[in-house]
Design a protein around this ligand. Structure first.
Ligand code: GLC
Length: 847
């Protein structure tokens, strides 16, 4: 092997017996090695003398991409000829993470690639680490979209994703002694080997301008600024199938004509490139700050850009498919197209489809409305009022004048119909209408527009869907009782077990005597009968230990803190938000630390050693979230260096939580915390990932926790806290001064106040936990109420962990009960019950 050369050029060089030859479809390791070499030489991005891990990654990815492109072209052609009804998933976020392991894993050529890389002097494990995460999302909603794509492809469904190609994804989090700092996440710094730019797929997207009335009375949106949407396709392979679908990401650009050469030559550089810079801003970052008017306008532009480009593309394909020469009936559109809105972010798809149908295609209102409402469905992901989007009417009129006309008309017709048919709802109509015409702050309520205009509205876990029906959308339910559905979320078992935890996967395959569970996760239930089996338990324990060791190494590398793999690994990773209650976790840790300090060494030695890991990003403008990150770090700095206690407790903040970090943390975890205030977490999906990897959950009866507990059995779940029905009364009680805090809660807060974790002023954060003290909403998230039952549940965890056999059994039962939470199940239900689409598998050809 040509490693360790000292000629100053490269430590790695490609062995001379591996020719640089194209073998794009070979499954044979030596030919794959040649194909990788071919890409290193003939698709060069670096000096040909270099073949370090980074160069090897790009050449390997390009080699795998050859195969993806073939399948992807065949899939496109097959869909084109078969002309099935197709789903288009519109989402402002996709948290794809890394793609190499997933691509070669789904193509079922992982071992051949590992061999090929060996021949080239590299290890697959090291090469995959070179890839940057595609972090075009923020949290659960974006990762759900990515899991859904994997399932759509695996189930051979005619379905595509549409999104935006942000230049910078969600920020990179750096932790210093002052807490969090945010840095740009430059996932395209070099380039992404997975995307294929489609110079043949470009659509104009207009902003601003005005509505012109033509002599025939038709309306037309004219003038303003026109930006081009250029498609970048990311091929998404299904697992062990030929189907490879597309995630189409739009990039904004200006045309050559938009460059004012005259001005440029006159030295007016900025104004000569004005439209170019305006285009660049659109896809510059995911979630541009929206505290300023400009920021709000930019975000709205992003949303419209996604909707307009995607719908023009969908309509183009609808016309072109089958026989592009025969004009299609528009009434056929809903039997060929299903559009799913991932939350309210792509709501503008509704007025945009209406506009395209009426103004471009000449349909009348009723026909356009019928087509639109039969094609579009909406998923709600949150009941938090601040997350339900509302856009200022004046900003909307300025940016999208024709759409505002259409929205106003939709609203007018809706209100008229309700008033004439449902007098009982008359006093509710102000809250049900789409336009909120409050003169102080007139806004468009996007969720209302979605509910009124979609054929189906769904929540993402049973409890959440029930809350939507009983509460947020209750008035609409009385008009359209069958419009509302539940689709409990799911996760892809490929990424979240098969590929991130091969150790456990192999054990499962061995005991089930089949690997079919990878596409039929319900089969995991068959592990139940072996839950007491000592052989399985011991294999299970060693797989977990291997993953804990890997995690301990990771933590040491990124934080410098050494953690003991024999301690209980307890993890909470998710966006930092007060409703997710990282504060409850850290207050529990503070209390634990204080008690450990007070104990005699003998008593301390009887406790269950624990490593608490917390990770997640805090929005820069969300002050309390930023303070929580600082607190966790400050507590860790004291606890981890306290020699009396640190073999019994460690507290680690895991920096820069993202998909790849989750892939290391989840398999190595034994307990995970899903402890939101009941009724506030719509579903949660990391709970499913942990449970699938045999990790036990401490949690409230919230979101999908409820269903996980049902599936794995109440005995295997550490439950605590108020239920969703109790929450409103508890909040009232607090307002009325009826809440009596538990002494342990007071003690933990007091300990922080005493300066035990440094001099930073934590008072504002702690005040948020007091009832009605003028800071915010006065323990709105009920940390104080749930603290005692949380501590009791934690004591049960400590006890249970002492009984290794019992713990292992619970762990096996967690995995065994996780079958329901496959995104394959979720997507099959969407396909049948919302989209009405069927599988369209690309046939396997001989030879
Ligand atoms: C949002 C919700 C979360 C849910 C996810 C996917 O992020 O907050 O509860 O799991 O969407 O539906």
């Amino acid at each position: 092997m040509g490693m360790g050369k000292t000629n100053g050029v490269s430590k790695h060089e490609i062995p001379s017996d591996i020719p640089a030859e194209a073998h794009p479809l070979s499954e044979e390791p030596s030919k794959i090695a040649s194909n990788i070499n071919y890409h290193a030489q003939f698709s060069p991005h670096f000096s040909p003398l270099k073949f370090e891990p980074e160069q090897a990654f790009y050449a390997t990815a390009e080699s795998a991409r050859d195969r993806l492109i073939k399948q992807w072209n065949e899939t496109y052609l097959h869909f084109h000829k078969s002309d099935p009804k197709q789903t288009y998933y519109l989402s402002m976020e996709y948290l794809q993470g890394r793609a190499l392991t997933n691509a070669i894993g789904n193509l079922n050529i992982q071992d051949a690639y590992a061999d090929a890389l060996n021949k080239l002097g590299h290890q697959l494990e090291e090469i995959v680490e070179q890839e940057k995460d595609a972090a075009l999302g923020n949290g659960g909603l974006g990762r759900l979209a990515s899991c859904f794509l994997d399932s759509m492809a695996t189930l051979n469904l005619p379905a595509w994703g549409y999104g935006l190609r942000y230049r910078y994804g969600l920020f990179k989090q750096r932790i210093t002694k002052d807490g969090q700092t945010e840095l740009p996440e430059d996932w395209l710094e070099k380039f992404s080997p997975w995307e294929i730019v489609r110079h043949d797929v470009v659509f104009p997207v207009r902003f601003f301008g005005h509505v012109q009335i033509n002599p025939d009375g038709s309306r037309e949106w004219v003038d303003g600024e026109v930006i081009q949407a250029l498609a970048y396709d990311v091929p998404i392979p299904g697992y062990k199938t030929k189907n490879t679908i597309s995630l189409r990401l739009w990039e904004a650009k200006a045309c050559a004509e938009d460059f004012n050469l005259f001005q440029f030559n006159d030295g007016q550089y900025e104004s000569s490139l004005q439209l170019h810079s305006s285009a660049q801003q659109i896809c510059a970052v995911l979630y541009p700050g929206d505290t300023t008017e400009n920021g709000k306008l930019l975000r709205l532009k992003q949303q419209f850009f996604l909707c307009s480009a995607s719908l023009q593309d969908i309509i183009f394909r609808f016309k072109q498919r089958k026989d592009g020469n025969i004009p299609r009936q528009w009434s056929e559109f809903p039997s060929k197209v299903a559009v799913q809105l991932n939350d309210t972010h792509p709501t503008l798809a509704i007025p945009e489809l209406m506009r395209l149908l009426m103004d471009n295609e000449g349909l009348g209102w009723d026909e356009a409305w019928d087509v639109t409402t039969r094609a579009i469905a909406y998923t709600n992901h949150t009941v938090l009022p601040e997350a339900l989007e509302k856009w200022s009417q004046s900003v909307m009129w300025k940016l999208l004048p024709r759409h505002m006309e259409i929205i106003t008309e939709i609203d007018k017709r809706f209100v008229e119909i309700v008033c004439s048919t449902r007098p009982d709802l008359e006093d509710k109509i102000n809250s049900m209408s789409i336009l909120d015409n409050n003169p102080q702050k007139p806004v468009v309520r996007m969720a209302n527009l979605c509910v009124v205009s979609s054929h189906t509205v769904n929540g993402v876990a049973q409890l959440h869907s029930d809350i939507l029906k009983a509460d947020l959308f209750a008035n609409y339910v009385s008009i359209w009782p069958t419009k509302f559905q539940n689709k409990t979320n799911g996760i892809t078992p490929r990424r979240w077990l098969r590929f991130c935890n091969p150790e456990l996967s192999n054990i499962i395959t061995k005991w089930l005597r089949t690997d079919e569970w990878v596409t039929n996760l319900d089969l995991l239930v068959n592990l139940r009968k072996f839950a007491d089996n000592e052989d399985l338990q011991s294999e299970w324990a060693s797989a977990k230990m291997a993953k804990k060791q890997r995690l301990a190494k990771y933590i040491l590398d990124v934080t410098g803190v050494s953690i003991d793999p024999n301690s209980l690994f307890d993890i909470q990773i998710k966006r930092i938000h007060e409703y997710k209650r990282q504060l409850l976790n850290i207050l529990g840790a503070v209390y634990r630390y204080k008690k450990l300090k007070e104990m005699s060494p003998e008593d301390r030695a009887k406790t269950t050693p624990r490593t608490i890991m917390i990770g997640g990003k805090a929005f820069a403008t969300y002050t309390n979230a930023i303070r929580i990150v600082k607190l966790v770090n400050d507590v860790g700095a004291v606890v981890n260096t306290d020699p009396e206690v640190n073999s019994y407790l460690k507290v680690v903040f895991v920096p820069n939580y993202n998909v790849s970090v989750a892939e290391v943390l989840i398999p190595g975890s034994e307990l995970s915390q899903h402890i939101s205030t009941a009724g506030m977490e719509a579903s949660g999906t990391s709970n499913m990932k942990f449970s699938l990897n045999g990790c036990l959950i401490i949690g409230t009866l919230d979101g999908a926790n409820v269903e996980i507990r049902e599936e794995i059995g109440a005995d295997n779940f550490f439950l605590f806290g108020a239920t969703a029905d109790e929450v409103p009364k508890l909040r009232k009680d607090r307002e009325n001064g009826l809440f009596k805090p538990d002494p342990r809660f007071e003690e933990a807060k007091q300990f922080i106040r005493s300066g035990a974790f440094g001099t930073y002023d934590y008072n504002p954060l702690l005040e948020s936990l007091e009832s009605n003290t003028g800071y915010g909403r006065g323990d709105y998230f009920l940390v104080g109420h749930d603290f005692p039952s949380y501590m009791d549940a934690q004591a049960k965890v400590d006890e249970a962990y002492k009984d290794k056999k019992k713990w292992l059994k619970m762990s096996i039962l967690s995995t065994a009960g996780s079958g329901k939470f496959s995104s394959d199940r979720t997507i099959s239900q969407y396909a049948k019950e919302i989209w009405n689409i069927e599988a369209c598998p690309v046939p396997f050809k001989r030879g």
